[in-house]
Design a protein around this ligand. Sequence first.
Ligand SMILES: Nc1ncnc2c1ncn2[C@@H]1O[C@H](COP(=O)(O)OP(=O)(O)OP(=O)(O)O)[C@@H](O)[C@H]1O
Ligand SMILES: [Mg+2]
Length: 213
Amino acid sequence: MIIGVLNQKGGAGKTTLSLNLAAYFASNNLRTLLVDADPQASALMWSSAREAEPLFPVIGMAKPTLHKDLPSVAGDYNITIIDGAPRVNELGRAAILASDLVLIPVQPSPLDVWASDETVQLIREAQQFREGIQGAFVINRKISNTVIGRDVVDAFKEAPFPVLPTIISQRVVFAESAAYGLSALEAEPHGEAAREIAALGRAILEREERQAA
Ligand SMILES: Nc1ncnc2c1ncn2[C@@H]1O[C@H](COP(=O)(O)OP(=O)(O)OP(=O)(O)O)[C@@H](O)[C@H]1O
Ligand SMILES: [Mg+2]
């Protein structure tokens, strides 16, 4: 399965979710590849900051031909995650075209749902070429111990793609662990961030199984 993580809005959590999900899948014995499709190369820098043994390879492929080049490489892995660039251009198009599932990280606010519209449109365009491409929102940076307000829930109800049921909270460990090229799962294996990422990873795998059935 190839999972793209895209949102043209900068700082939505694409890289954070990409590398933490990759760490979750890899530590569950799935052969995992992380593709950095962003010219900013944040995922590549994360992997060079790492002193620990790599859990999974990270390769740079910020190319408009990504959808053509990736399948032969991704064939060797159970899961490939593409960390997308905050752009609406041929790089974003290629990353979406290469994906089976596109995750769109958004903060729990209607403003973020609306702001992701260009990415939603790109996914819709790609679906004209390949019907099987799916889109799903992932709520990221929820302030922990708060309840998501009614108006926010309503905004997500009207969202153009489903919203995954697992929510990732705002937690310092995501930023701190990244500084050392680690995932939250490694920095705090029994912490809440690791628990939430595991729940998100499981939700993605279960969704895939349901659809294959
Ligand atoms: N759940 C979270 N809790 C705490 N900090 C977070 C969380 N998600 C993201 N961040 C922080 O927010 C900032 C932006 O996140 P990230 O780099 O993952 O976003 P991005 O969408 O990849 O950005 P860009 O568009 O620049 O590629 C980073 O400093 C990151 O550590
Ligand atoms: Mg990024």
